[in-house]
Design a protein around this ligand. Structure first.
Ligand SMILES: Cc1cc2nc3c(=O)[nH]c(=O)nc-3n(C[C@H](O)[C@H](O)[C@H](O)COP(=O)(O)OP(=O)(O)OC[C@H]3O[C@@H](n4cnc5c(N)ncnc54)[C@H](O)[C@@H]3O)c2cc1C
Length: 534
């Protein structure tokens, strides 16, 4: 085993959280920080091109391509859980939608889960801290952070038509959905800079930050385990250039490998359910039964209608690509800058609910569900989720061999309430799309290919067609209770000098997409480390 000289902080995983932490912790020139990322450096022209995001999916160089176990709730189908594998992680491959969730989501973390210090008023400043907002004046955004956020430069007319139809259906248009209130319909903000993707690598590891002599970034460094001695994390073992390398951490090890790999690395290091570790022949450092549990994800069904106006999936003729390519290069505008989901709305499955429980995401494109390719006809899609899924699954080790990807045991439609919420959403969406501006453009059903399905038919359709929503959280949950994996200062309970800081610590998903919440967690985590090592 090769030895690398020690540093103060070792960060495992250079995704949304990891790059944020590397940027923030290396602000202190007396701290030596090392960031280890399993994937490549990313950041090329193609990586920054918004319309090319899908090209990084399903490729082993840029996507972990995790496969679930056969899912009984989806007729035994296995689904691929795409996850960014390069500097930037999820933020380098995602749909660039910027959304935080509602005040109630974080107040619930604080009050119901004992995560003191994580209520809305506590987290709001950290959302703002990360932002360099360029939209119309708003008190709910920050302007001094490195993450560029604002209205996308490209907006399909159908996105506005969707919001109009939501209003005709009785929803309100939310004036500022980043102020803690998402109850209604709105156009999305994007994490973009001058029409290009702004991921965590670009935002937090700018050329000036990379020049810092106290920051070392090592890509193609696959972390196998954390070295734990006498109840303390003292270093990390990783594979790099076919060599096994150990690096010691004088102050802390910070695990930011995302919701699938963070619990797996903990387990390979001996921190996890003792019985499972024994089955895997991993020596137990700490029996932590909750590691890998509480996994949840948005089950997502794409409802789709054909339209009489062109949508992105048909705007692919060579002259359109050439013209839009030129617009992108010269002006940073046009179709190449588009984000796939341009508007959102929230509905209720029961009118008496205090908070909406159905999430809708509108995209001016559609696919052919049989071929999984862009449809040859124009159409839109509305992705429907139970906003805060109740279903829970787990991550386990497949073997003690680090090269074997972890087991994902998740039943996407395994919870009857989630299923009922989605069906309620679909029933409402069928009416919603017929009214207002959107209804004027509809040219027949795409998916499902008929209208007026019964509940039983909807259930059959959903079990056959539902996919993931790309928002995996919860596998190293934070809590005030002794069973939780990390405490509200993100320290692993029972192990010194070890924190988990990424999407895996969310005790419960906010009713939103999860990238902005992960930036917030990393910003807050970085401040906690700074306070604790003052
Ligand atoms: C296709 C897709 C679309 C999405 N769209 C949106 C969206 O539009 N809006 C939104 O809000 N959210 C979106 N999300 C979700 C959002 O991007 C994630 O919630 C967020 O990136 C999670 O951040 P993280 O830091 O927890 O993990 P990640 O960003 O996944 O970072 C984990 C990092 O750790 C690295 N790593 C893993 N294992 C190891 C190891 N053993 N050794 C070293 N490094 C390792 C990974 O390569 C990765 O870089 C999307 C996600 C995907 C995949």
């Amino acid at each position: 085993m090769t030895d690398r000289s020690a540093c103060d902080f070792v960060i495992i995983g250079g995704g949304t959280a990891g790059c944020t932490l590397a940027g923030r912790l290396s602000e202190n020139p007396s701290w030596h920080v090392t960031l280890l990322e399993a994937g490549g450096p990313g950041g090329t022209f193609m990586h920054n091109l918004p319309a090319a995001g899908y090209r990084m999916m399903g490729k082993p160089e840029t996507d972990w391509m995790y496969m679930t176990e056969p899912d009984a709730s989806l007729n035994g189908r296995r689904t691929m859980w795409t996850a960014g594998k390069m500097l930037g992680g999820g933020s380098a491959i995602n749909g660039m939608v910027y959304i935080r969730g509602s005040q109630a989501d974080y107040d619930e973390w604080d009050k119901e889960f004992g995560c003191s210090g994580w209520g809305w008023n506590d987290v709001d400043p950290y959302f703002k801290k990360s932002e360099n907002y360029y939209g119309p004046p708003s008190d709910s955004h920050g302007k001094n952070g490195p993450l560029s956020v604002g209205p996308p430069r490209e907006l399909h007319p159908l996105a506005n038509a969707f919001v109009d139809s939501c209003k005709a259906f009785g929803l309100r248009e939310v004036p500022d959905y980043c102020a803690g209130d998402i109850d209604g319909a709105f156009l999305n903000l994007a994490t973009q800079i001058r029409g290009q993707r702004c991921g965590s690598n670009r935002a937090f590891l700018s050329p000036a930050v990379r020049k810092r002599s106290n920051l070392r970034i090592i890509t193609e460094a696959f972390v196998e385990r954390i070295v734990i001695e006498e109840g303390r994390a003292v270093g990390v073992v990783y594979r790099h250039d076919d060599q096994i390398v150990r690096i010691d951490a004088r102050s802390e090890v910070i695990l930011s490998a995302g919701s699938v790999h963070s619990p797996a690395i903990l387990m390979r290091s001996g921190v996890g359910p003792a019985q499972h570790l024994a089955e895997m022949n991993v020596p137990v450092a700490l029996d932590a039964p909750q590691v890998g549990k509480n996994v949840h994800e948005h089950a997502s069904y794409a409802y789709s209608r054909f339209t009489t106006v062109p949508t992105y999936n048909v705007m692919t003729r060579p002259h359109q690509i050439a013209m839009n390519g030129l617009r992108y290069i010269l002006r940073g505008s046009g179709m190449m800058t588009m984000i796939p989901v341009q508007a959102m709305a929230y509905l209720r499955s029961r009118p008496d609910l205090a908070q909406p429980d159905i999430k809708l995401q509108f995209g001016a494109m559609c696919i052919n569900i049989e071929t999984r390719q862009p449809h040859e006809r124009a159409g839109f899609s509305i992705f429907i989720n139970a906003a805060k899924p109740k279903n829970r699954g787990e991550i386990r080790l497949r073997s003690p061999n680090a090269a074997d990807l972890p087991v994902i045991d998740y039943q996407m439609l395994g919870n009857a309430d989630d299923l009922a919420i989605i069906i309620s959403g679909l029933r409402q969406v069928e009416k919603l799309v017929e009214g207002g501006a959107l209804g004027k453009y509809i040219d027949g059903p795409n998916e499902p290919n008929k209208v007026g399905l019964t509940d039983a038919e909807w259930e059959t359709t959903l079990r056959a067609r539902t996919n993931l929503g790309f928002h995996v959280v919860g596998s190293c949950r934070m809590g005030g209770d002794e069973q939780s994996v990390v405490d509200p200062r993100l320290r692993v309970r029972g192990i010194d000098r070890l924190r988990v800081i990424d999407a895996s610590i969310m005790p419960k998903m906010p009713a939103a997409n999860t990238n902005a919440p992960t930036y917030m967690i990393a910003e807050k985590g970085a401040d906690m480390i700074k306070e604790d090592h003052r």
